[in-house]
Design a protein around this ligand. Structure first.
Ligand SMILES: NC(=O)c1ccc[n+]([C@@H]2O[C@H](COP(=O)([O-])OP(=O)(O)OC[C@H]3O[C@@H](n4cnc5c(N)ncnc54)[C@H](OP(=O)(O)O)[C@@H]3O)[C@@H](O)[C@H]2O)c1
Length: 295
């Protein structure tokens, strides 16, 4: 990062963004970071540290323009998927993300990092998903993964068709996150009701917030990440049995004898992120994070 770098981070008040922001400030310097938030009171500490705060809604063109003025990089972490209507999920996750990308390219942004999800992959691969696999989210996960997959496609299309000299054009990097946990996030315990009908051996692919942060940072700062897509997932998908054990809970009735019909569903390989960006998970498993006091 150079002295003239101005990084716009969206979603800074969310589970991922609020843990990424202090790291971004440390790695890039507070003067290099700007956030677009709906409620500035929630980033008051970062503002005191020197982060520039733009108040607005990602769906509003005028707010996007304010947030992008002078920006040289964007990390688009914002998304609407927790209990929102389908129209809002599509408006934020797909339409606003692609609009932000289009306007970022016009504003002179050089690197656009899009946070996406491992749920964009289809079921039935019979192995961990690779970044080279076509996207095709399962309809059973609803509109959210579809909106994220369509955002990826829309952003790729616009970057491929940017006018002017490709050498000076905006580069896109997509980071597909597995189920994110750690650092006080209640995500895993909130997920327990969903596990009630899971076979004991069914696995959930996970990644710790610290490792999400270093994946996003590498995607943002490493030249070799330009134009690439990466899975960010730890080394040890965690079983339903383990998640219950972690919470001191017995297995639900029937879980021990049930069979997972698609044991590779949701699984993704982190080999590319390791090989190309040198990423190594600080917490390769949930148990490592537990033992380190990082849950
Ligand atoms: N958490 C996971 O396990 C996981 C897994 C895979 C992928 N991801 C991806 O990671 C990213 C972050 O997820 P998260 O868990 O941090 O989500 P989250 O906790 O729900 O946070 C979403 C963030 O987006 C912001 N946002 C939503 N609608 C907005 C709008 N119209 N204008 C401006 N900001 C808006 C929210 O702002 P407010 O605080 O104002 O609502 C919040 O900061 C998403 O792109 C998601 O697809 C997450």
């Amino acid at each position: 990062m150079t002295g003239t770098t101005r990084i716009l981070l969206t979603g800074a008040t969310g589970q991922v963004g609020r843990r990424f922001l202090p790291r971004l400030v440390q790695w890039a310097g507070p003067d290099a970071v700007r956030v677009l938030v709906r409620d500035p009171a929630r980033v008051a500490q970062a503002a005191r540290a020197g982060v520039e705060v733009v108040t607005g809604d990602l769906r509003e063109p005028g707010d996007r323009a304010k947030a992008l003025a002078g920006a040289t990089a964007v990390v688009n972490v914002a998304a609407a998927f927790r209990g929102v209507p389908d129209e809002e999920a599509l408006a934020v996750n797909r339409d606003a993300a692609v609009a932000l990308g289009r306007e970022a390219a016009a504003a002179g942004v050089r690197r656009f990092v899009q946070a996406s999800t491992n749920l964009v992959y289809p079921d039935g691969l019979g192995r961990p998903a690779l970044e080279s696999d076509p996207v095709g989210p399962s309809p059973r996960f609803g509109v959210y993964p579809r909106s994220k997959a369509q955002a990826e496609t829309g952003l790729r299309e616009l970057v491929a068709n940017l006018p002017g000299d490709p050498a000076g054009a905006m580069e896109l990097t997509v980071v597909r996150l597995a189920f994110v946990y750690g650092e006080g996030d209640s995500h895993l315990s909130d997920f327990l009701p969903r596990l009630a009908h899971w076979p004991a051996h069914k696995r959930l692919p996970v990644v710790h917030h610290a490792d999400v942060a270093q994946a996003l940072w590498r995607a943002l700062s490493m030249p070799s990440a330009a134009g690439r897509t990466y899975n960010a997932v730890d080394d040890a998908p965690v079983t339903a049995y383990d998640i219950h054990a972690l919470h001191g809970l017995p297995l639900p009735a029937g879980a021990a004898g049930a069979t997972d019909q698609d044991p590779w569903s949701g699984m993704a390989s982190n080999a590319l992120l390791r090989a190309e960006l040198g990423w190594r998970p600080l917490y390769p498993s949930l148990w490592t994070a537990r033992d380190a006091g990082a849950l």
